[in-house]
Ligand binder design. Structure first.
Ligand code: 5RP
Length: 231
């Protein structure tokens, strides 16, 4: 039986192989954020010269990539990338994802939008029939926090302003904004909910990746890594 960390390392390794096989040398790769993405960055590090550059979805990933010697580019300088590799907090049978546990949802969505193919890497615990057990992160402009909280409560959510772990300090994103974590939603129509939440004034972005879902899932299971393609 593998531990969760071993499963994450296995999918990170599989993603490295997938990227090196699918991409021509000299291309630009999109890189995600979180513990699984970190393992992917580490697995890819010996091959850094295969890429002309990478674009990153957070300051934390940028720092890790630079330490390994990757050429991290400004996403404004890139029109498209062939692939984006990132983890997820939940993924449903259609490949819709719930993300943002690490607070990088907005930049993740920006980089994912530039990608022709989204490769989701995660361990089996992330696969669900209906998303919403993991609280849905919603990034907000601080002055709209109370107002957005009321709107999210009307949808049946229990809303918490994210704090820095083990402190009573408000978590501040790379975009100098705040995160509302919304528990208690049963997300049966993620495409619609993603759009609806984006209509609330003050919402910067929400953690549903349904309109731009995963194309390929590499999932770590007891039997090893399983590869699934979504249409
Ligand atoms: C960060 C994310 C991560 O992809 C998600 O939280 C999964 O993280 P981990 O690989 O640590 O389980 O969306 O904002």
């Amino acid at each position: 039986m593998y531990t969760q960390d071993q499963l994450k390392a296995m999918v990170a390794e599989a993603a490295k192989d997938e990227v090196l096989k699918a991409m021509a040398p000299g291309g630009i790769l999109g890189v995600g954020t979180g513990s699984t993405a970190n393992l992917f960055i580490d697995a890819l590090a010996p091959h850094k010269d295969y890429f002309s550059g990478v674009i990153s979805s957070s300051q934390a990933s940028t720092e890790r990539l630079r330490k390994h010697g990757f050429n991290v580019l400004d996403s404004n300088a890139v029109n498209a990338v062939p692939m984006y590799v990132d983890g997820a907090d939940e993924i449903d049978p259609q490949g819709h994802m719930l993300k943002g546990g690490g607070g990088a949802l907005t930049r993740e969505k920006i980089v994912a939008q530039l990608a022709q193919s989204f490769i989701c890497i995660c361990d089996a615990s992330k696969q669900v029939d209906v998303m919403g057990k993991f609280p849905l992160p919603v990034e907000v402009i601080p002055m709209a926090q109370a107002q957005v909280t009321r709107e999210l409560e009307k949808l049946g959510g229990r809303v918490t302003l994210r704090q820095v772990k083990d402190t009573n300090q408000t978590f501040v994103t790379d975009n100098q904004a705040w995160i509302l974590d919304v528990a208690g939603l049963s997300i049966t129509d993620p495409v619609q909910l993603e759009s609806d939440l984006n209509q609330i004034p003050g919402v910067i972005c929400n953690g549903l990746f349904a309109r731009r879902k995963a194309n390929i899932l590499l999932i770590g299971e007891a039997q090893g890594v399983r590869r699934q393609i979504f249409n």
